[in-house]
Write a protein that binds this ligand. Structure first.
Ligand code: GCB
Length: 606
């Protein structure tokens, strides 16, 4: 599926704005066919946005089940004879869409795009009604998983991931038009040959036509051209895409018939290579060391709704602090984020929404979960198929982004059991079949330390989340340092690159402590980070540190969380905690004071 764009042959209409909206508390909308007319009891709702925090109402915020969105749109008069497509960048966690009375598409998974060819159901120059039933209920067969439990107070949604289950239409909705003969997909893979770049492309078309490709550099100068639906282009003296240097070429792919251009699509291309070599992670054959964060899409009021302003501001802060990378924890982010990361030379670990597949977490001293993670009744073969599809859709969407250097197929799943090994083995194959060019891994949890984890054997890279000094050895950083170094040394023995994908300490902004070892204080966050950094610096295999989290974020409420997760270097409204300045001093090598002069005792007598 191609991302909608305006070109000489394509035209888009943005459907963002205020839609009619209603909760379906009785679950009656489908049987009552709400899509056949104006939605009952509708209020207005912003798109894109999570619906949860818009209303000042707990019934809306904590709602689970079906919600309905509706609007009308005029199909442009000029689109007569064109193929007309309705495209959703995402709807969380699943959706069914009707155009007038006709169901046109259903999609499972809250963070990847889907679309429907609606040519047969609309008329150019006429108005149509679009109705979307979005459902945010989590089950053991959804990614991420959850359950609905019957409690004396009624049904409750429960899940095992540590962020609020925001839902709704989170990203842009498009109506777009192409020629009936159109490009259906474009794939590019890049390589380096000495000073030259090689861009291999495959273009899929919906019908018979000649394919022509033209590669232009960033100033628009043509550097290579070819014909045919697949081929390779050589770029003499290539300007590589590299961390901090988001140089992009533009590949125009054209479908032509009898001299007429039927379709033209522009694919940006960053020429770079990625490879793991022993304990090194190589970008363009040079060792790369990740600095940065696990992030979230989490913004006041709009929740997981995309905001261009926050996108830009977050990247400014990432640059300010010296982050060269982040992980799209714990789901695929908006495509605007990926596009911008490409242009900014930001390096991404791209993650599926498989988070919370671990019943060992969250029970703790307050009792177990009462579920087994993997069993015929819980996460089972059907779950794995949904998970496999989530991996395929992530890779299909993001395969052409040079910023993406590593796929993360899950965050902190159960990985110490035989069932986990059986569940995950084929999923690594799915990822590698979908993209043979990038390393694949998953993020390991503290409950499956070295020697116990049975899934890390499948990864090209080890990604570890560890909280020594926070969840264990709380407040005792000396003990934490010893335990952490011992475990990390054992992992280093596996001979793979290690990226610390999470390490962090909740910190209440403004809480201070003059004595060391005082959790929640701004000082402790810095002491905790310093301890981690000492450990990382002693282990050669550690090629990355991504602190948890970039900013404070919303979670379900509970005694472990004070108005959300407070492990941010920045507050939720993006103000720096003291730790942000400490990270900046470590990561911004350009701001470090020059090395003190070596004093030659013979010439300098001061
Ligand atoms: C983790 C999870 C992350 C949580 C974090 C925490 O290991 O991957 O989603 O938010 O710990 O703060 O507990």
């Amino acid at each position: 599926m191609l991302r909608p764009q305006d070109t000489s042959t394509r035209e888009r209409k943005n459907l963002n704005g205020l839609w009619r909206f209603t909760l379906d508390q009785q679950g009656e909308g489908r049987t009552a066919k709400w899509f056949t007319g104006s939605l009952p009891h509708a209020r207005e709702m912003a798109v894109p946005a999570s619906f949860n925090d818009i209303a000042a109402d707990a019934a809306v915020r904590d709602y689970f089940g079906d919600v309905w969105y509706q609007r009308t749109v005029w199909v442009p008069r000029g689109w007569d004879g064109r193929r007309i497509v309705l495209h959703f960048e995402s709807a969380t966690h699943r959706a069914t869409v009707w155009v007038n009375d006709v169901e046109v598409v259903s999609h499972e998974g809250g963070y990847t795009p889907f679309e429907a060819d609606i040519t047969d159901h609309v008329q150019a120059g006429e108005e149509v009604r679009i109705t979307v039933c979005v459902n945010n209920t989590l089950s053991f067969q959804s990614i991420p998983p959850g359950v609905i439990e019957d409690t004396p107070a009624g049904k409750r949604q429960r899940y095992w991931h540590d962020f609020f289950n925001y839902a709704g239409i989170h990203r842009t909705v498009w109506l777009y038009a192409t020629d009936p003969t159109h490009l259906a997909d474009v794939t590019v893979v890049t390589a380096l040959d000495g000073a030259d770049g090689v861009v291999t492309y495959v273009a899929e078309a919906s019908g018979e036509a000649e394919t022509t490709v033209v590669l232009r550099d960033a100033s628009g100068v043509e550097v290579a051209t070819a014909t045919g639906s697949e081929g390779a282009l050589t770029v003499p003296d290539v300007h590589k895409w590299a961390p901090g240097d988001g140089y992009l070429y533009d590949l125009e792919v054209r479908l032509e018939r009898g001299g007429a251009v039927l379709d033209s699509y522009h694919q940006s291309v960053g020429v770079r290579t990625v490879r793991v070599d022993g304990i090194r992670f190589l970008i363009n054959e040079e060792p790369f060391s990740f600095t940065g964060f696990g992030k979230h899409e989490d913004i006041p009021v709009i929740g997981k709704g995309h905001s261009d302003a926050f996108l830009l501001h977050d990247f400014e802060l990432l640059k300010w602090i010296g982050a060269n990378s982040f992980r799209t924890s714990h789901y695929p982010y908006s495509e605007e984020v990926l596009d911008y990361a490409d242009r900014q030379g930001m390096v991404l670990i791209d993650e599926t929404a498989a988070v919370g597949l671990n019943m060992g977490l969250g029970g703790g001293i307050f009792g177990g979960q009462g579920y087994k993670t993997f069993s015929p009744e819980t996460a089972n073969d059907a779950t794995r198929e949904v998970h496999a599809q989530a991996i395929r859709e992530l890779i299909a969407r993001d395969k052409n982004h040079p910023s993406v250097v590593l796929w993360s197929i899950a965050n902190e799943p159960e990985s110490e059991t035989e069932e986990a090994e059986d569940y995950f083995r084929p999923l690594f194959d799915v990822a590698r079949a979908a993209d043979p060019t990038r390393p694949v891994g998953f993020v390991n949890v503290m409950l499956a330390p070295h020697g116990k984890c049975r899934v890390s054997q499948f990864g090209d890279v080890l990604m570890l989340n560890r909280y020594y000094g926070w969840y264990t050895q709380t407040g005792d950083l000396e003990a934490a340092e010893l335990a952490w170094e011992e475990e990390l040394t054992a992992w280093a023995g596996d001979g793979k690159p290690i990226i610390i994908t999470e390490y962090g300490a909740d910190t209440y902004p403004g809480l201070h402590s003059v004595v060391a070892g005082n959790p929640w204080s701004e000082e402790y966050q810095i002491e905790y980070l310093d301890m981690n950094h000492r450990v990382f610096d002693r282990i050669d295999a550690v090629v990355g540190e991504q602190m948890w989290n970039f900013a404070d974020f919303t979670t379900t409420s509970g005694i472990m969380r004070v108005g959300g997760n407070k492990k941010g270097a920045f507050t939720r409204d993006r103000q720096p905690k003291a730790a942000a300045h400490a990270l900046r001093r470590r990561w911004r090598t350009d701001l470090r004071p020059p090395e003190p002069f070596a004093v030659d005792p013979n010439t300098n007598r001061e």
